[in-house]
Write a protein that binds this ligand. Sequence first.
Ligand code: SF4
Length: 58
Amino acid sequence: MLNLPEGCAFAPRCEKCMKVCLKYEPKEFSTEDGHKVSCWLYDSRANNNTEVKNNDKQ
Ligand code: SF4
């Protein structure tokens, strides 16, 4: 069985990782130019989440 970690799969190596990224898989958001992205940075509420340092991502 797969044993995937919680949250965004890119969190361990993402420079912009926030607390929400460690817990929840990002939803799909539409960008202004019509692209689809799965990243919490595109959620307007993300500004309320604190960025985490790389050594906090364990
Ligand atoms: S959701 Fe976006 S900001 Fe968060 S870890 Fe994934 S790629 Fe980085």
